[in-house]
Design a protein around this ligand. Sequence first.
Ligand SMILES: C[S@@+](CC[C@H](N)C(=O)[O-])C[C@H]1O[C@@H](n2cnc3c(N)ncnc32)[C@H](O)[C@@H]1O
Length: 341
Amino acid sequence: MTSSLNPSSILQTAFGFWGSKVLLTAVEMGVFTTLGRRRLTGAELGKALRLHPRANPDFFDALVAMKFLDRDGDGPQAKYFNTPEGAMFLDAASPRYIGGILVMLNERLFKFWNDLPEALRTGRPQNEIKHGQKGMFEELYSDLPRLEQFMGAMTGISRINFETFAEKFDFSTFQTLCDVGGATGLLSIEVAKRHPHLTCTSFDLPAVEPIAKKHIAAAGLEHRVRTAAGDFFKDRLPKADLITMGMILHDWNLEKKMHLIRSAYEALPLGGALVTIEALIDDARRENVQGLLMSLNMLIEFGDAFDYSGADFFRWCSEAGFTRFEIIHLAGPSSAAVAYK
Ligand SMILES: C[S@@+](CC[C@H](N)C(=O)[O-])C[C@H]1O[C@@H](n2cnc3c(N)ncnc32)[C@H](O)[C@@H]1O
């Protein structure tokens, strides 16, 4: 008798890294950017990307089968072209490009995750820190191209969440917002674009400030989005009615998380709110695969840092004095957790 049990989901996940590596490589090589709005045969595309003839047609057809590329016709004369999603999110010329996170996954995390067993046995980070003395941000930020790559990665992973947050959250009772760890200023820019009554501050380490200023100027928002440079473990946070932290708390251990929550409480007026945006883990820790994998990624990057659930956030914020809470679902696995003072 044949079993009704099916191994396909086991095999799909087990082989998942093949598909992942094909997509990440395609972004790194600029397949989607090279195509842009054009339609090219496999030979033309391979030549433009300077690939060995053996790459064609397997590499491109694998992308077609995975629905990341489209193809008109079959055989050597068939023309490859971008899908609407590929054109919007993976062509570097698109204003909504998210390829930065795929580039970072390919260049850094793919190899660091190979050391997951060591991370699980030792509780130690497996990134650049493993071979040096510096913390992750110091290490990445000591080299401008790596800092810019990290900033691009943050834009890639956060853009859809910040756009959704700017659309869904009720900003009507707030006048000022400070985005703590604001990176390129993206959250402030997306919120300021849609809510002309708000002024925003993007707060981050000094090395990041020129990058944020450049993005704010490119969006034409210098009059309502300013930058502030500082260290959130050494300096007070700028005062604001609304304090946001996109993927900040998950970078730190519990003691540092509590420091950041207490600093936010101090910087807010009564009625003010702290909002964290993360791949929040569901309270029972059974459903949000991406949130749980993100927490393992925090082990790889920092060791003692971890992701958390809405219930964890509410408990920590109650200890700091916040009184009212809500969760707003954003895109995919991500949510905003809100605590009101
Ligand atoms: C994971 S990134 C998140 C960026 C952005 N908020 C987002 O969600 O896309 C963490 C950010 O915290 C900033 N950061 C790290 N340590 C900091 C510190 N001690 N003081 C201020 N900012 C810091 C980093 O420069 C970086 O921009």
